[in-house]
Write a protein that binds this ligand. Sequence first.
Ligand SMILES: Cc1cc2nc3c(=O)[nH]c(=O)nc-3n(C[C@H](O)[C@H](O)[C@H](O)COP(=O)(O)OP(=O)(O)OC[C@H]3O[C@@H](n4cnc5c(N)ncnc54)[C@H](O)[C@@H]3O)c2cc1C
Length: 301
Amino acid sequence: MHYDLIIIGTGSAGLPAGMYASRYKINNLIIGGQPGGALATSHKVENWPGVISAPGKEIMDDFAAHAVASGSEILQELVTDFQKTESGFAMKTTSWKELTSDYVVLATGNKYRHLGVKWEDEFLGKWVSYCATCDWMFFKDREVVIVGGWNTAMTEALYLAEICKKVTLVHRRDTFRSEDIWIDKAREADNIEFVLNEEVDEIAGGLFMEKVILKSGKEIPADGIFVAIGSDADTKLVDHLNPTKDDEGCLVVDARQETSIKGLYAAGDVTTNSNKFKQTIMSAAEGCLTANSIHEDILKS
Ligand SMILES: Cc1cc2nc3c(=O)[nH]c(=O)nc-3n(C[C@H](O)[C@H](O)[C@H](O)COP(=O)(O)OP(=O)(O)OC[C@H]3O[C@@H](n4cnc5c(N)ncnc54)[C@H](O)[C@@H]3O)c2cc1C
């Protein structure tokens, strides 16, 4: 199946890219895994203009509905193989669909950073989680550790505090990059304890997880651990094409959102634009700009 444009990613950047592309009458497909991308995993979003407070999934369901209402097609599958062809791009999906397009917008976001400690991978999906909103239900009335000092760590600590008996926030510094409003709320919560200037050394347990051992030797009894230490641009689909990246691995794009590979545009957390301020509002704007730039290209061709 051939499209003018295939957008890879059904998140904050990909869905607006589709919505705008459809408004320019560019025949487009938006393909992605988890519907709504990263924001859909956030239990509460309070900085999307016009919506004072809502679950991320609600906002992203509206993004998807808006893209479809504008004329975009959404396919819930992953792209498994991606190639540059003479006239555009070719890709395969998890169900072996073969798709081609003249232009591509890569909007694959980030992948979670791991601690790299003993038993992290073995306990993954059981007692180790990278997403509180996805896995909270396994830890109702239990004690958990959350690691990190950014907004995600703070907001997830607050969320878990509503559900868990106790939340211990472990952070390797005594200062935070999180917005002060979240830090203040976390400090006010009765069941959130801050353990600062400490790093996780090991996750320990037997049949179930029992504790987190810190590099200082201190042990924190815990039934689960949430890792919220950031993420890296998910560029693996295009890495074999050697696109230009910055020293943090984000795709370098120009002011029109085009990568160093002609016809391959990128938007959202995967790029260097928006001063790498990784927020839905920035991703949505970058997604919108890709459609505008591709429309310009089509008019010129
Ligand atoms: C827990 C959490 C809370 C957040 N809270 C806020 C907030 O309150 N306000 C705010 O503005 N921002 C928030 N953010 C940040 C915001 O979610 C991101 O900046 C935004 O989602 C980035 O959008 P994106 O489209 O670049 O990537 P994403 O939303 O991550 O979307 C990536 C998409 O790419 C798809 N994908 C990846 N690989 C493939 C593949 N091989 N084939 C097909 N599709 C693929 C995924 O399935 C997904 O659909 C939060 C993030 C998290 C994790």
